[in-house]
Every structure is written in C-alpha cells, then in structure tokens.
Design a binder for this molecule. Structure first.
Ligand SMILES: Cc1ncc(COP(=O)(O)O)c(C=O)c1O
Length: 484
C-alpha cells in the first residue's frame, strides 16, 4: 500500500502529519481493523521522513489506541468496536401525521455561545482551520482597491449580489451536478438568510413543512418566525429522509414544502444516494411541491467525489438551493447563496425588502478566495475534519458507556449519539455547563421534543488535550446516568 507524500505544513510537527495520514487511512477504511500497517522502514522511504519521525508517529497512534504492536510481526490496526447507529427510534403514527407547532426552548443555543466553554455543542469550525490570514489580506486589498471608485464597497449594489461571486459560485456548483447561470443566484447573509428567504417565498403563515427528524434547529427557528408548522418525517442516519413516509404524508394532507439538508446533514450526517435524490425530485414533480435544499456541508466529503445536490436532478425549478461558506471559509463573513429556481423573482424581491443586499466587501473577499486558494484549503480542511471526527469517535470509545451508539458520517463535522432511554440529555446539558462544556441535547432537533436520549457533538474543532479532557468529563457524567 502506497501512502501519499506528506506536504510540509509549517504549523505542525512532521510526526503529527504522518500520524494524521495513517489515521485517515484507517478512518477511510483503506486500512481495516487487523490490517498490518506499513513497516517503519517502508514508511520512512515512502515519505522521505526520518525513522525517528515514523517511530514517533506510531507511538502517538499507539497511545491513542489506533494501532498496536505484535511482537516479531509489526504494527496492526486495532479493533475499534464502534457501534453503528442504525435507524433512529421509529415514530408512533399519531405523531407522524399530526403536524407539530414549532415552539422552542432555545436558551440552550445561548449557552452554546458562552465564551469560555469548550464548544462541543454548536456546529462550528475551529478558527485555526480557517484561512484567516489569506482572507484578511484579501479583504485589505478589496478595501484599498474599491473604496474610492464610484462603484465602491461603500455604495449600494444590486440585491442579487456581486457578479464576480455569483460567477464563482456557479462554477463550484458544476461539481454538485448543477448547471446554473450566475443570474440564477442570489447572494445572501449566510445560509440562514437563504433558508429564510426560500421558506418565505413558498409559504404563508400556518402552512406545514415536511422536515427531517431530527433536523437542524436553525431551520426550526426560522419556521417559528414565519409561523409555520413542522411535520417530522423518519430519517435514516445514512440514507436521509424516508420517501415512503413523505409520499404517505402527501397523500393525506396539504404540505407546502419539504426542507432538508441533502449532504452530510446536521445532525445525523446522512447523505442521500443519487438514486434517492432522483426519486425525491420525481415526487416533488408529481405533487408540484417545492423543496428547500440546504447543502452547506456538501463540499466536506471524506472520500470519493463531492456528492451531487438534489438541485442537480431538478428540471422544473422546484428546488430552492441554499448554501454558504460558513463551514468552509468563514462563518463571520456571512456569505451565502440561494438558487431560487422558479421562485427566483420572488426571492429577489424578498431579499430587497429584507436588507437590500449583502455587504460587498465580504462578497468580493470570498469571490477572490474561491478563485484562488480555495481548492487547496478545502483539501486540507476535509482531512482535518475527518481526522477530528476520528479522534472524537476514539474518545467516545474510550470514555463513554458501551451502550453508546454513534453515527458514521461520510463528511461534515457533527456526530449524533444515542443512549438508552433512561439517559436525559437536558440533565447532561446542565451538568456539562457547570463544567464549562457545551453540548447540544437531542430534543433541540425536534419540534415535538423527541430525542431527549440523544446528543449532538461538534467535531469541527482541532482535537486538543482540552477537548479530550472535556470528552472524559462528559463520559463520566453520562455513565452516572446510564450505568446505574
Ligand atoms: C445545516 C445548517 N444550515 C445552515 C446553517 C447556518 O449557516 P450560516 O452560518 O451560513 O447562516 C448551519 C449552521 O450550523 C447548519 O448546520
């Protein structure tokens, strides 16, 4: 087996990079449990690093429980014994067909933002992973070059957003299978505004939206603000929303739209197959039903190619496609986009009425970065998230009760955990908070308050000693509840 050459990263020790590479091969499944890993000598030759660097990397991996040594035989991948979280607990039918009013207790999300917490609750990327130096430099250039012209960053611009950025977004959408012209795109203040405008464009107060269960709680907040009702549909941790249940629901009641995260969803990490995406679009066409697709994690795949968007299969303009750079480049720049399909004009009118336009300086900064440096950055970022996810799972194995079930997302950076029913995530949330750790209790992700025995954890932060200690603390708190 050939291990790719190591690119020298200035901010990391070489042995850490070697360890990271082997860990990725294990997580990706190239190296399976029980497989022999390359000998120290072989890796030293392949990577052109010293024997002591490889030995140090193997020592780290051994300490972390990834590999073990067999006398006279070499290093092997250890058994991880990670359980796979299968289908979430089935809904009772009465719950399934009763639209639920969205009313939320979002004090939890405020606690997630408390400044000195270990942030395992919110789905946020570690700022160390973001290309902040490049962005700062570009932003400076943008301000210097565009401050005094008639068309400066200080003027009003058309609501659709800057052409340069729409062009870059359209180019990137080709990788998601979407052929979209820059004119079909509206730049928004993050994916949040894209979701808001999309929902507002296709609904009126009192309408029912079919959603994944569990679902991204930000979507629920938007729905609540627009006085919409939610119909939770069973969602498989790997394959996503149940189309059979969606169709049954469509036969029985009026549904104004579907809203879901298509690739590496938050919180389940599910990713629909192309075949299922096509079937879903067929269903939308049959019922003339709009779909709001949130594809914010689509570029964060760990293996193979970028998964297609549902929008790629949409020939009738029923899909409103939403995304942003918040998980890849910078959540603070607030740059997102929306492809409105046949609702485009309505979306543009709403954008104008809401805030006229998204600030130009961040748009130009993101456009410049997308054109230059983004692909290299994304390549490294995907590896970092994959590695962090693996480290988090390893900590779960080590510190959490054996009954813990955990998802295996193929991208993104959130993990969903299920515990026996006697576990109460709200109790854990309060206890963890007193230890200055934030977690996201499962019931935040369901308007009907399901999943109180579940938890979402953020794997977007570099795995440090502080995070490992927090995971150990969480493990002990969970065991106190579960292992009575
Ligand atoms: C699925 C999903 N959609 C949208 C958002 C919000 O994105 P933005 O920060 O671009 O508004 C998030 C952030 O956590 C998310 O997880």
């Amino acid at each position: 087996m050939k291990v790719e050459i190591i690119e020298k990263a200035p901010d990391k020790n070489l042995y850490e990079q070697v360890a990271e590479r082997i860990r990725s091969l294990i997580v990706e499944g190239t190296l399976k449990e029980g497989d022999r890993i390359p000998s120290v000598r072989k890796l030293h030759q392949q990577l052109s690093v010293s024997i002591s660097t490889v030995l140090e990397a193997y020592r780290v991996l051994e300490n972390q429980g990834w590999i073990g040594v067999r006398p006279q035989s070499g290093y092997y991948v250890m058994e991880r014994n990670l359980p796979i979280l299968e289908q979430p607990s089935e809904f009772e039918l009465s719950k399934l067909y009763d639209p639920v009013d969205v009313s939320l207790a979002f004090r939890v999300s405020a606690a997630m933002r408390e400044p000195d917490n270990v942030k395992l609750g919110a789905a946020i990327p570690g700022v160390e992973l973001l290309p902040t130096a490049a962005l700062n430099r570009i932003m400076g250039q943008v301000l210097r070059a565009n401050s005094e012209t008639a068309h400066s960053v200080h003027s009003y611009h058309p609501p659709q957003g800057c052409e340069q950025l729409r062009y870059e977004v359209a180019k990137r959408l080709i990788h998601a299978g979407c052929i979209v012209s820059p004119n079909e795109i509206v730049i928004t203040n993050g994916a949040t505004e894209a979701l808001y405008l999309s929902l507002k464009a296709v609904t009126k107060p009192g309408d029912t939206i079919a959603i994944e269960s569990p679902t991204y709680y930000g979507l629920l907040e938007i729905m609540e603000s627009l006085c919409l009702k939610a119909l939770e549909l069973p969602t498989h941790p790997q394959e996503g929303l149940s189309l059979a249940h969606l169709e049954m629901a469509l036969q029985q009641q009026k549904i104004a739209a579907v809203a879901l995260v298509s690739n590496f969803s938050n919180p389940l990490g599910s990713c629909m197959s192309d075949c299922k995406k096509k079937q879903l679009v067929g269903l939308l066409e049959r019922y003339n039903l709009p779909l709001i697709e949130d594809d914010i994690y689509g570029e964060l795949y760990f293996e193979g190619n970028r998964p297609k968007a549902i929008k790629a299969f949409d020939t009738q303009g029923l899909v409103l496609y939403c995304s942003s750079v918040s998980k890849t480049v910078s959540p603070g720049l607030r740059v997102g986009w929306l492809v409105g399909g046949k609702y485009q004009i309505k979306v543009e009118q709403l954008k104008m009425a809401t805030n006229w336009m998204t600030a130009i300086a961040p748009q130009l900064t993101v456009a410049t970065f997308l054109a230059n440096g983004y692909d290299r950055h994304l390549y490294k970022l995907r590896r970092a998230y994959q590695n962090q996810m693996a480290r988090m799972k390893s900590a779960i194995c080590q510190y959490f009760p054996t009954e813990t079930k955990v998802t295996r997302p193929g991208g993104g950076f959130v993990l969903w955990l299920e515990f026996p029913d006697r576990f109460d995530a709200m109790v854990l949330y309060e206890e963890a908070r007193s230890h200055k750790i934030s977690v996201a209790p499962g019931n935040m992700f369901s308007p009907s308050g399901n999943y109180r025995h579940c938890l979402r954890l953020n794997a977007g932060l570099p795995f440090t000693v502080q995070i490992e200690t927090a995971m150990e603390t969480l493990g002990n708190l969970i065991k106190k509840q579960v292992c009575r």
